[in-house]
Design a binder for this molecule. Structure first.
Ligand SMILES: [Zn+2]
Length: 400
């Protein structure tokens, strides 16, 4: 079904839920009149604040809850826990979509799988357990921690596929887990950090397949890489994605950075409509041998709530931490000072790190320029950064 037809069907369903019906009424929107993607782009956004306010209501008073819900996970945000609702139909469709990506990852139903994410309250452990079971693989719900026992079980059962955060996977690899040929990583920035895949492969001392994913508790899955290593493909039969200019709300062209906006195409419980993630990314169309096209080449590279305009260029300071993670010599801590000299914006960056070697600094300067399209006037290394704001915008007297 063409994406617009699926969106129309989903809008018809959303119209039956108080939360969305109120939004449509407030914006004087007639969902029956949405005939094209251009029409769809005029619908109101959903902010995390309004979604959280609704989802936190007890199920009896929450219009995002459905009596058909069969699974309730809880997801932390700050000090609060928010429910994540799934119906059987939601779970089945989620597993179907994931099964396609497991095939693209090169996993087979004969594979033995171990999941080291948590199973209580949070969503990640059961999310992986369910999709591999649906696919027909054999799954051990290992759970987090207890690395000695994990290594023993992985070896006893000749586990081929390991689900883990990259740090834990490297720790297990150093203890020796020769049967593992594929790892699914999550829980830490990975694709966005240059050199991280090489570091993990070095710990395994062989060329394993590494699959990275991007999801949010409210929307699982969103994107996942395949064995051809072409970036993270959007699961576009599950979620409709837009990238917008966070300041104007207007769509940006493919290949340009902006805020990711999500709409579920089928979901029954707690569906998202034009949900603003606050995540900074970029999409591109890239034909891959696995059959997918729409791709996030670098996964998520920062947050959009801190956007600055420098020399007329959109700049997100949180990208800096992502870039710095590619350098073992530096920590992701930085202080950025934006100023204006004779009407021209200037950027000076102090990075916490152990080296001020000229070649490393040159490499960092080139890297910063290619990622941000801005030339930094000064880059300085310090052993320890004092506590304080990481961004000081002297032009506006603002720091954060
Ligand atoms: Zn692919």
């Amino acid at each position: 079904m063409a994406v617009i037809n699926q969106l129309q069907a989903q809008l018809k369903y959303l119209d039956t839920l108080d939360f969305y019906r109120r939004k449509f009424q407030q914006a004087s929107v007639d969902t029956g009149k949405v005939k094209s993607l251009e029409d769809f782009q005029k619908l109101p956004f959903t902010t995390s604040k309004e979604f959280q306010a609704e989802i936190q209501k007890p199920p009896s008073g929450c219009s995002l809850y459905s009596p058909e819900v069969t699974r309730v996970n809880l997801s932390p945000s700050g000090q609060e826990l928010y429910p994540v609702y799934q119906t059987n139909k939601d779970l089945e469709f989620m597993h179907q979509v994931c099964a396609r990506s497991l095939k693209a990852a090169g996993v087979t139903p004969q594979d033995m799988v171990a999941v080291t994410f948590g199973y209580h309250l949070f969503i990640a452990g059961l999310f992986y357990q369910g999709q591999f079971e649906y696919y027909g693989s054999k799954v051990i719900p290992l759970g987090p921690g207890e690395s000695t026992r994990a290594v023993q079980l992985i070896n006893d059962y000749q586990i081929g596929v390991l689900i883990s955060n990259p740090t834990f996977a490297m720790k297990l690899a150093e203890a020796g887990i020769p049967s593992v040929h594929t790892i699914f990583v999550g829980g830490e920035p990975f694709t966005s950090v240059q050199g991280y895949p090489e570091k993990v492969r070095a710990a395994f001392e062989r060329d394993i397949t590494i699959i990275d994913s991007y999801s949010m508790a409210l929307c699982m899955p969103i994107a996942r890489s395949c064995r051809h290593d072409n970036g993270l493909h959007i699961m576009d039969e599950f979620v409709y994605t837009e990238v917008i200019d966070p300041a104007t709300g207007e769509p940006v062209p493919l290949g340009e950075k902006g805020e990711l906006v999500l709409t579920h195409l089928h979901k029954q419980a707690a569906p998202l409509l034009r949900y603003r993630t606050g995540d900074l990314t970029m999409l591109e169309n890239k034909t891959c041998a696995c059959g997918r096209e729409l791709t996030m080449p670098q996964s998520v590279i920062g947050r959009t709530d801190d956007m600055l305009k420098i020399k007329g260029v959109k700049f997100w300071p949180s990208q800096l931490a992502t870039i710095l993670r590619s350098y073992p010599q530096f920590s992701p801590q930085y202080r950025l000072v934006v100023d204006s000299l004779k009407g021209v914006d200037t950027l000076s960056l102090v990075v916490e790190g152990k080296t001020d070697d000229a070649p490393v600094l040159d490499k960092l300067a080139t890297h910063l320029k290619s990622e941000t399209l801005l030339k930094f006037n000064e880059i300085r290394i310090t052993e320890k950064l004092e506590d304080g704001p990481s961004v000081v915008d002297k032009r506006k007297g603002r720091s954060f």
